[in-house]
Design a binder for this molecule. Structure first.
Ligand code: SF4
Ligand code: SF4
Length: 104
């Protein structure tokens, strides 16, 4: 499992770097997020969840039942939209209210 950062989309806010429990993400000399030691990423999705512009995607391999899809997260006030994009382009969106501790 691993993530992909789109530096074209990244606005350099640094939220992903702050949220990574393994301190695997840094801002490079252009102020864009980049991941080092990607092999140490354990797929916690914190960075994916914190990115305000959906610049980070998580690969969903067969081990996750994703068959090569990608996961991004969009925010709307307290709502988190977990967006799964399948290899054929189809999307599925799961919306969770972050105020609901049983789902968050
Ligand atoms: S998925 Fe988790 S461990 Fe991996 S880079 Fe993002 S925050 Fe760090
Ligand atoms: S959270 Fe998103 S926009 Fe902010 S630095 Fe990380 S990748 Fe870039």
């Amino acid at each position: 499992m691993s993530i992909e950062i789109s530096q074209d989309v990244c606005i350099g806010c640094g939220q992903c770097a702050k949220s990574c429990p393994g301190t695997l993400i840094q801002l490079d000399d252009k102020g864009k997020a980049c991941i080092s030691r990607i092999e140490r990423c354990w797929g916690c999705a914190s960075c994916v969840k914190e990115c305000p512009v959906q610049a980070i995607a998580m690969f969903l391999g067969e081990d996750m039942g994703g068959l090569g899809g990608k996961l991004t997260v969009g925010r709307e006030n307290t709502l988190l939209h977990w967006i799964i994009t399948k290899p054929d382009g189809d999307t599925q969106i799961l919306t969770v209210d972050s105020r609901d501790p049983n789902k968050y």
